[in-house]
Design a binder for this molecule. Structure first.
Ligand SMILES: NC(=O)c1ccc[n+]([C@@H]2O[C@H](COP(=O)([O-])OP(=O)(O)OC[C@H]3O[C@@H](n4cnc5c(N)ncnc54)[C@H](O)[C@@H]3O)[C@@H](O)[C@H]2O)c1
Length: 302
């Protein structure tokens, strides 16, 4: 007995890394899976269908059920073909996991259109295309589970403004899908993973990082009937850690009758003030340490 017996799950970006671990885990829990992967390099170039085929062969060799799909999630037709693969091969669709992603790292002030567009297209539009394609099926059957992939970088990033913007967009998309599909019994949640993979290869040392296989069980839970009623949430999955993120809400306000002037806002600004942005705090601390080190001739601690 598997927790996903009888379910059909499509996973994008399932040829490598976290997507592959999720596909293999879902199959081991009894799901029939569509293994989608466009088979591209880390920056999204040189597509090949081999990576998806290889994962399907591994799943079948282990006694599971799987079919490969090498479409790009950046096209509406790609999203539709992924869902159609599920219907044609297994007769239904119960879960969509949007993992596919690429990186084009650049400081914001140097970033060009050819670094911005493909990252937004792969992550944000690539989640929309496959989520949208499953929507009529989920709505008609009155059930279904969406799992999107964000990153801690959605809260802000120094050198990945394109990626952070896409990942923030994914959070808002997934919450909106949770709201828009709520009355049809469809849930939509987001994973913020941390795991060793080719994509995380450049992350500096010192960050606690689990394996792709550690991320898969939380995704499996969100796809399973054990998570009915769980929707609109973001969960970190990193090694043995699972954490829930807060929801954005207004935290303080100030009011007056009528329209404010700049001088009035300035005079009372402390009433609303600022909310600490963790990344800026870290940068400010580093800058202060570097300044001190320069003054004293010591080596700054990073
Ligand atoms: N690894 C981490 O620590 C980490 C941290 C935060 C977020 N994430 C997110 O988790 C997801 C998986 O990351 P990973 O580390 O396993 O990366 P990965 O590079 O190992 O795998 C991503 C896969 O997506 C596929 N892909 C890229 N463009 C595609 C397209 N247009 N259509 C279909 N497939 C496409 C690639 O071929 C690749 O196999 C990504 O969305 C990533 O942003 C990962």
């Amino acid at each position: 007995m598997g927790a996903l017996d009888g379910k059909v799950i499509a996973i994008t970006g399932a040829g490598r890394g976290i997507g592959r671990a999720v596909a293999e885990f879902c199959a081991s829990e009894g799901a029939a899976v569509v293994v989608n992967d466009y088979g591209v390099s880390i920056d999204g170039n040189e597509p090949t269908s081999e990576v998806a085929d290889e994962v399907v062969a591994a799943i079948i060799a282990a006694g599971g059920r799987a079919v490969a799909n090498a479409s790009s999630v950046t096209e509406m037709a790609g999203g539709e073909s992924i869902v159609q693969s599920a219907i044609d091969n297994f007769g239904r669709i119960d879960g969509i996991v949007a993992v596919a992603g690429i990186l084009r790292e650049r400081m914001f002030f140097n970033m060009v259109e050819s670094e911005w567009d493909p990252v937004i297209e792969t992550h944000l539009k690539g989640t929309f295309t496959v989520f949208r394609a499953a929507a009529p099926h989920f709505k008609a059957q009155g059930s279904g589970a969406y799992v999107a992939f964000t990153s801690g970088a959605f809260a802000g990033s120094v050198a990945q403004a394109n990626y952070a913007a896409a990942k923030g967009g994914i959070v808002s998309l997934a919450r909106s899908v949770a709201a828009g599909m709520y009355k049809y019994g469809v849930r939509s949640n987001v994973i913020a993973p941390v795991a060793k993979s080719r994509m995380s290869g450049n992350v500096p040392f010192g960050i606690e990082m689990g394996e792709p296989e550690d991320v898969a069980p939380m995704v499996g839970f969100l796809l399973s009937d054990s998570s009915v009623g769980v929707t609109g949430q973001i969960y970190t999955a990193n090694g043995g850690k699972i954490a829930v993120w807060n929801q954005p809400v207004e935290v303080r306000e100030m009011r007056k009758d009528g329209r404010w002037t700049i001088a009035e806002i300035a005079a009372r600004f402390d009433e609303v003030g600022q909310e600490e942005l963790g990344l800026i705090k870290v940068l400010a601390e580093r800058e202060a340490a570097a300044k001190l080190a320069k003054e004293t001739g010591a080596t700054p601690n990073q």
